[in-house]
Design a binder for this molecule. Structure first.
Ligand code: SF4
Length: 254
């Protein structure tokens, strides 16, 4: 896919109406399975099985009630990719298309990421893709569902799933796509634009340092390319994304 084709996929995506989702919410019997941790600080932890089997984790994820985002999403969107991936890429949360299909990075941002991976020389077959938050958070705008940034409490609540994925996938390098993913992994004070495109270690003496990760690279989320105001801005953002991913490509080649 060319850059122009990846860029156009943002415009060509079909709409997914808010009404359709609200109908589905009624069918889900929202709130019916008891919140195992209602009243306490919300967390996915009680719903995450103690296993390093990705298939077992994936099977358990639809039952998560670790925060309220499951109530308005269509379905959970768990990570996807080979268990022996050399690279895990973490985004913020599923988008509209991902929510519909139940697969991460299949929408316009995913098309842009695929193109950037190809240009950076990272085989897609070596990448496991997931998100810091596993349910789509959105707000209605007319008939469309518009992405809404998850709260810090929601990112923290969902973190046990990411930790379980990191334990299950034998990764070599973790790539955080966007500020939300970067702060989820590197801590809330992490400055993405000052540190992007560098091989980093987890911050020492922090709860993040307990993650089974040795090397981290942070970069922009591919949706940031699509949000740039004009073609020139999109091309500059895209080239900066590819440059950061080349750091990853070089690291996995040793
Ligand atoms: S967003 Fe995460 S913590 Fe919240 S319900 Fe979904 S899987 Fe559970």
């Amino acid at each position: 896919m060319s850059f122009a084709e990846a860029e156009r996929s943002e415009v060509e995506r079909p709409e997914y109406t808010a009404e359709r989702v609200m109908t589905k919410r009624k069918d889900q019997g929202r709130g019916s399975p008891a919140d195992k941790n209602a009243g306490a600080e919300r967390s996915a932890a009680p719903f995450v099985p103690g296993t390093t089997s990705i298939s077992a984790l994936r099977a358990a994820a639809p039952g998560c009630r670790g925060c309220d985002l499951y109530k308005t999403a269509t379905q959970v969107v768990f990570g996807a990719g080979p268990v022996k991936a050399r690279v895990i890429m973490v985004g913020e949360q599923p988008g509209d298309q991902e929510d519909r299909q139940g697969v991460p990075f299949v929408g316009p941002a995913g098309a842009m990421l695929d193109k950037a991976l190809e240009d950076a020389g990272i085989p897609r077959s070596e990448v496991y893709l997931t998100n810091a938050v596993k349910h789509f958070k959105w707000e209605p705008r007319g008939k469309r569902r518009i992405h809404k940034k998850p709260r810090i409490s929601e990112i923290k609540a969902c973190r046990p799933w990411l930790e379980a994925e990191l334990r299950a996938v034998k990764l070599q390098i973790l790539v955080c796509l966007g500020a939300t993913a970067a702060q989820s992994v590197m801590g809330s004070q992490f400055k993405l634009m000052q540190n992007r495109g560098k091989l980093l270690a987890l911050p020492p003496d922090s709860k993040e340092s307990a993650l089974p990760v040795e090397q981290v690279v942070t970069t922009i989320h591919p949706s940031a390319v699509l949000r740039a105001p004009d073609t020139e801005g999109r091309r500059a953002a895209y080239e900066s994304l590819v440059a950061d991913l080349r750091v990853v490509a070089k690291a996995i080649r040793g």
